[in-house]
Design a protein around this ligand. Sequence first.
Ligand code: IPD
Ligand code: CA
Ligand code: CA
Length: 273
Amino acid sequence: MIKLAKKIAQGAGAIQRRHLGRIKNIRFKGDINLLTEVDQACEKFIIDKIKAHYPDHDILAEESGTSYSQSSDYRWIIDPLDGTTNYAHGYPFFGVSIGLEYRGKIVCGVVYDPIRDELFSAVKDKGADLNGKPICVSKNQSLKKSLLATGFAYNVHETEIDNLDHFSNFIKTAQAVRRDGTAALDLCYVACGRFDGYWELGLWPWDVAAGYLIVEEAGGRVTQFRGTSFDVYGKEIVASNGLIHDEMKTSLARGKVPKEGQRRQELLNIRKT
Ligand code: IPD
Ligand code: CA
Ligand code: CA
């Protein structure tokens, strides 16, 4: 399955490379939430391939949601194009994310950056790699020497829990903070030691399913803001090299966070009709 996931991610990445800078249609799913024809083409490509190999598996994909759900033990969790805003502007940082859940646990994950031809992957308990070579998180022990990343959810204009407080706290305490527009690659960059830590609010399972496993398998730590176990269907994530995790948690406790344990329940109780 991991082999298939890698092949499909590379195939979808090739579509992204081919169409970069040639977007004709941009639709709006919300005020600032874009949808291009490439998101849709990549999602169709990925789903068609998975269905051809595993017709009985469930699929949860960002653009078509849960309409393919069939109550299998397996669920493929797909972000066909993570970094759509970047993509629509021709900013070359985006990718494909495919995670595979088995009986409620993520067992493999693949994230592909088609511009740099970097393929990150992990299998539960088997480690993480980048283009076939094992990767591990950084050894940085202090927040002050750490390069962090974050992102802002599409409801940032409307919500009070907007991550700006955490952003300004970390800007004052870490070495630097980046906001690069793709959660999946942000997580992979933690996994391979380019970033020391990453946090975000309001994400969806397709943003994090693969990247979360890649960080864990690279020796990092992923939790909710208060340190409780990470939940792919939850709404908060802090990922780090493990060594700066407590410092990050302490900082996050100083800002606004959603009520603990909120889950995207609507994505869990679905069956094909
Ligand atoms: C978005 C990106 C971005 C993050 C947003 C996500 P999309 O995903 O991962 O970095 O800050 O919260 O929604 O819409 O480009 O697939
Ligand atoms: Ca995404
Ligand atoms: Ca997306």
